[in-house]
Design a protein around this ligand. Structure first.
Ligand code: 13P
Length: 263
């Protein structure tokens, strides 16, 4: 039986001061909920403050990205050892926004190449995280154009194969995968629960084929994309959905706590 997991991806929101206030409010609301795993993923600059505030609670600390090299002349990058030193237990990798793929195109499309994430860099990041015993949250998902041309499964299988290529299944026992259809992120257009469940089932079958059924049965597969308190219960009830990766709604402590309760 997989424990449900709800992770809040705060993206580029909340200053450290605002993050502290949000965590304090959130902790008051959910601290007793030990039957659900909860992870907060603030921006890098808020990690130390959030770490301090969640100490002695069951809430875990996550990062939104990492660089794959161990250390060196990589201006502006953050390494897995730095994250580990800050008490980070999970790290998002391959988010569609890091891949330069946006559901709601507020950013100029011509800037997309500057995000420069590929399945190969995702793979390098996962390897580095595992070396430092940080659990990856691998994001996969198709764009609207890919869905409409019947490529959903092909795209997701490619992202899984590329991201997990050559990794020993024994190292992936605590893997988390998030199915985040790009068209559902930040758009208010949630994927219907049965369809999200079907794709999460496809992800589990693909992982079973690559890594064996034991890894597939342990892997928590989350749904992400316009999750709110109003739709989370139905999504989280699906047999192949083990929780959620929540963006916008995770910034509001009241809304996020209701999503956690629903899990
Ligand atoms: P929203 O919940 O804002 O749609 O974002 C989902 C997401 O990208 C989480 O990583």
């Amino acid at each position: 039986m997989r424990t449900k997991l709800v992770a809040g991806n705060w993206k580029m929101n909340l200053t450290p001061t605002e993050a502290a206030a949000a965590v304090e409010a959130f902790i008051k609301l959910v601290d007793a909920r030990e039957n659900v795993d909860v992870i907060l993923c603030p921006s890098y600059v808020s990690l130390p403050k959030v770490r301090e505030l969640i100490r002695n609670t069951h809430v875990k600390l996550g990062a939104q990205d990492v660089f794959w090299e161990e250390s060196g002349a990589f201006t502006g990058r953050v390494s897995a050892s730095m994250l580990g030193d800050l008490g980070v237990s999970h790290c998002i990798v391959g988010h569609s926004e890091s891949r330069g793929r946006f559901g709601k195109m507020e950013t100029d499309a011509s800037l997309a190449p500057y995000f420069a994430e590929t399945d190969h860099t995702v793979n390098l990041k996962i390897r580095r995280l595992l070396f430092h015993a940080i659990n990856p949250i691998l994001c996969v998902g198709e764009t609207l154009a890919e869905r409409e041309t019947g490529k959903t499964e092909e795209v997701i299988a490619g992202q899984l194969r590329g991201g997990l290529d050559g990794i020993d299944p024994a190292e992936l026992y605590f893997l988390v995968v998030a199915y985040e259809p790009v068209w559902a992120i930040g758009t208010g257009q949630t994927c219907a629960a049965p369809e999200a469940d079907r794709v999460c089932g496809f992800i589990r079958d693909t992982i079973a084929g690559m890594m064996g059924t034991d890894v597939a049965e342990h892997t928590r597969i989350l749904y992400g994309g316009s999750v709110k308190a109003a739709n989370s219960a139905e999504l989280f009830q699906q047999p192949n959905i083990d929780g959620g990766l929540v963006g916008g709604a995770s910034i509001d402590p009241g809304e996020f706590s209701r999503i956690v309760f629903s899990a």
